[in-house]
Ligand binder design. Sequence first.
Ligand SMILES: *[C@@H]1O[C@H](CO)[C@@H](O)[C@H](O)[C@H]1NC(C)=O
Ligand SMILES: *[C@@H]1O[C@H](CO)[C@@H](O)[C@H](O)[C@H]1NC(C)=O
Ligand SMILES: *[C@@H]1O[C@H](CO)[C@@H](O)[C@H](O)[C@H]1NC(C)=O
Ligand SMILES: *[C@@H]1O[C@H](CO)[C@@H](O)[C@H](O)[C@H]1NC(C)=O
Ligand SMILES: *[C@@H]1O[C@H](CO)[C@@H](O)[C@H](O)[C@H]1NC(C)=O
Ligand SMILES: *[C@@H]1O[C@H](CO)[C@@H](O)[C@H](O)[C@H]1NC(C)=O
Length: 355
Amino acid sequence: MKFINYAILLASLIEVAVSLPLSNFSQFPFDINPQNLTFAAVRAAPVNWPTPILNKNWTGVSLDLNATVDYGVSLIEKAAANGASAVVFPECWFPGYPKGYDENDWMTTHIADYIANSLEVGSHNWNKLLQAAAENQVFVAFGFSEKNDEAIYMAQALVDPLGTVLIQRRKLRPSGTERLLWSDGSRNGMQVASTFLGRFGLLECWEHFHPSMTFPMWSQTEDVHFASFPYMPDENDSEALWWESAEVNHAAARTYAVNSGAISIVPAVGRAVVYNGNGVLLAEMNASESMEENPILYVSGINATLFHDVNFNINSEASWGILEQIVDNYPDNIPRVTGTYVNAVTNPISALLAA
Ligand SMILES: *[C@@H]1O[C@H](CO)[C@@H](O)[C@H](O)[C@H]1NC(C)=O
Ligand SMILES: *[C@@H]1O[C@H](CO)[C@@H](O)[C@H](O)[C@H]1NC(C)=O
Ligand SMILES: *[C@@H]1O[C@H](CO)[C@@H](O)[C@H](O)[C@H]1NC(C)=O
Ligand SMILES: *[C@@H]1O[C@H](CO)[C@@H](O)[C@H](O)[C@H]1NC(C)=O
Ligand SMILES: *[C@@H]1O[C@H](CO)[C@@H](O)[C@H](O)[C@H]1NC(C)=O
Ligand SMILES: *[C@@H]1O[C@H](CO)[C@@H](O)[C@H](O)[C@H]1NC(C)=O
């Protein structure tokens, strides 16, 4: 049975696996070698973010969006100078992930300041990041706490080397208690961008655990996946809670890499890793390494001529047919009731400030 499955899989791969000819890259105006791309994963902390990694004491500490955007731009410049074609930032790095917001008095003492330092699309700071991508001729994928008039969102953007925004999304359903702070995104944000280097996609943190978020991405066949986590301790850190441990989170990122077959760049403040599409560790830097001396993890040797440039594979495990099969085969003993969990949640800023 297994043999037959592999035969079908192989047949479908042969059908879709049309490697990109080198001439495809001739439109690329910049000085890169598509057979040996370098990508950069930021592991430095945002400005004023309490360190070490698991320190959640925010007493007397305020995040600073302006200073963090300037620091982020300097990291983009540094990575580009070191040959990177893409620079990827952790989740909510602008202005910083408020670790421990649900364990102490952060909500009453810091929420107004956090909203004020969240990033507005189209703002001066937003434009600085787009401009940094263009001036340094790199892709930039960044995680930010997005603010609009109504609410804040856990957002991500992918900008190309011309400064054009290719993907702008909000986490579909913030995880756990995050959902009391940030509002839900929409499914339309789960899109893979077809770029002149390959198909790039992004998700953040626990989205990598949830089939409603992973499945639509796997269906779109990514070549490179940017998996942003907020912060990551080293393995075996006895201070880490189970849900923030490297073991748990990197298990999700690694499983994602195998299911998507995409090279997965996994930035986080602290420990950053890169897996190839077989789930093999290509690069790592431990949380115990200095974030000042080594703010960026690099991975080289990415051969874009091996990318497939296929929008979807209807004969794969992540396809419309399989989705239908999940519905059709859903066990009869489970009631066909929608429940309230999937309803979109919006936390108005006025309510957050009144809490
Ligand atoms: C690929 O690029 C890296 C970083 O620039 C370099 O160290 C390495 O030697 C290159 N590999 C090949 C096969 O050219
Ligand atoms: C948190 O930091 C403040 C200011 O540095 C300090 O006074 C306080 O003792 C710290 N709290 C804990 C639990 O370490
Ligand atoms: C951030 O920078 C903008 C533009 O330079 C400025 O108007 C604003 O006052 C700054 N915010 C803070 C908190 O310094
Ligand atoms: C990272 O730390 C682990 C132990 O937690 C160790 O086995 C590994 O060699 C370290 N890796 C690097 C690159 O220092
Ligand atoms: C992890 O921690 C346990 C107990 O604290 C220890 O026995 C084990 O050797 C550690 N493993 C690594 C890889 O450091
Ligand atoms: C990149 O992949 C192509 C196949 O598409 C291969 O011919 C080439 O040798 C690879 N380049 C490197 C540096 O490994």
